[in-house]
Design a protein around this ligand. Structure first.
Ligand code: DOR
Ligand code: ZN
Ligand code: ZN
Length: 418
């Protein structure tokens, strides 16, 4: 099965990409040969397909919100060749049988590559460490209690020590529970205006600080999930300067949104960590530009209409993010001159690949044929009705963006065409 993509732009230069099997055979001008499929990509830009290190696919257990089939379809529609799915399923992905179930089901679906993330503690309860090595053997790519913080500093210490011995990356959802105190949005002026209970940014910062200190003490790796605060970025910047093995991600909603969005009581803007202030957002942008923030991950958190169509305080946390990530990143980072397209590509593909030990699809001969074609000139309105994801929950519905995913190739096979 041979494929050729004709006339796409790579780093601004027009060329063809010839694919043979799951690899790129050749990149160059006017490539000739016999191809089963020819894609005319005139006017489109080719990028290494994206890798999402933080996705919620909801299967097993919450298939009414999303399942592996709908989540994988959303992934390839968003330009992703691979997603790592979080363990807050039902039952929790805390053992090798569930890891294997997800791996097998994703292979049947055969759209995006799906890498399960196993739980750090049994049932995400924070009481007993889960069998992380056994899950790794079954195909888990990292471990996290996401949805919850790892309960205590002692549990995190033990987990980081164990993970270090088995070369496992722990991804930490940072939230000091005692400071939540029924809060539902970011604590500050907008929470007060809206009359909603606030969550202070220190709830996030304290656990970032805890985990950075533990990683430093143990000389272990730790990955901080969904950084949303200015002080969190600064804690990580300082830790990196000391040589701590910390990496981190932020999400498109902290790049494009602030807590002003809660003033309409749109429950689709309710997410954990909450959307923060403009001050925090600016610090996130600086962190992306100066390399403090390593990765843009979606924290794709699809929910059913019924989970969101309730009082703000009762609504589920989360934003359906796979199908808007590239456009929000391109519009709010590249178009605004904060970072280059090349850096956006690194944040969405090469760096997550490196952190996870995956091969990134490099657009060169011999590289894995994981390729996304985007139209950088295309302006359009986000319309969640068109999402492949079952989760239509996005506060960005109706927003005008630039940059559209047109085609996604996963290991040589076209898995999505707009
Ligand atoms: O907004 C969120 N949604 N934050 C989390 O930590 C969990 C996630 C979910 O699973 O819905
Ligand atoms: Zn989380
Ligand atoms: Zn999450």
């Amino acid at each position: 099965m041979a494929l050729i993509i004709k006339n796409c732009a790579i780093n601004g230069k027009k060329c063809d990409i010839a694919v043979d099997g799951n690899r790129i055979a050749e990149v160059g001008k006017d490539l000739q040969g016999n191809f089963d499929e020819v894609v005319d990509a005139d006017g489109l830009t080719a990028l290494p397909a994206f890798i999402d290190m933080h996705t919620h696919l909801r299967e097993p257990g919450y298939e009414y919100k999303e399942d592996i089939a709908s989540g994988s379809a959303a992934a390839v529609a968003g330009g992703y060749c691979a997603v790592c799915c979080m363990p807050n399923t039902k039952p929790v992905t805390d053992n090798r049988y569930i890891v294997k179930y997800i791996v097998d089901r994703a292979k049947e679906v055969d759209l995006a590559k799906v890498y399960p993330i196993g739980a750090v503690t049994v049932g995400l309860k924070g009481e007993t460490m889960a069998e992380m090595a056994s899950m790794k053997e079954a195909g888990a790519i990292a471990m996290s209690d996401d949805g919850q913080p790892v309960s205590t500093a002692q549990m995190m210490r033990l987990a980081l020590e164990y993970a270090k011995g088995h070369d496992i990356l722990i991804c930490s959802h940072c939230e000091e529970k005692s400071l939540i105190n029924d809060g539902v949005v970011n604590e500050g002026e907008n929470a007060t205006k809206a009359g909603l209970k606030g969550i202070p940014s220190s709830a996030e910062d304290i656990i970032i600080a805890r985990d950075v200190i533990l990683a430093e003490m143990l000389d272990a790796k730790v990955h901080i999930c969904h950084v949303s605060t200015a002080s969190g970025v600064q804690l990580i910047r300082e830790a990196k300067a000391r040589g701590v093995k910390v990496s981190c991600e932020t999400c498109p909603h902290y790049i494009a949104g602030t807590d002003e969005l809660i003033l309409t009581y749109d429950t689709d803007s309710k997410v954990n960590p909450p959307l923060r202030t403009q001050y925090d957002r600016q610090a996130i942008l600086r962190g992306l530009a100066d390399g403090t923030i390593d990765v843009i991950a979606t924290d794709h958190a699809p929910h059913h209409y019924e989970d969101k169509n309730v009082d703000f305080s009762q609504a589920a946390n989360g934003i359906s993010g796979l199908e808007t990530a590239f456009a929000l990143g391109y519009t709010y980072l590249v178009e605004k001159g904060i970072i280059t397209l090349d850096r956006l590509s690194e944040l969405m593909s090469a760096v997550p690949a490196r952190l996870l030990g995956l091969e990134c699809g490099k657009l060169q001969a011999g590289g894995l044929a994981d390729i996304t074609l985007v139209d950088l000139d295309k302006e359009y309105l986000i319309n969640s009705e068109n999402f492949k994801s079952k989760g239509k929950n996005t506060p960005f519905d109706g927003w005008k963006v630039k940059g559209k995913v047109c085609l996604t190739v996963v290991e040589g096979q076209i898995k999505y065409r707009a």
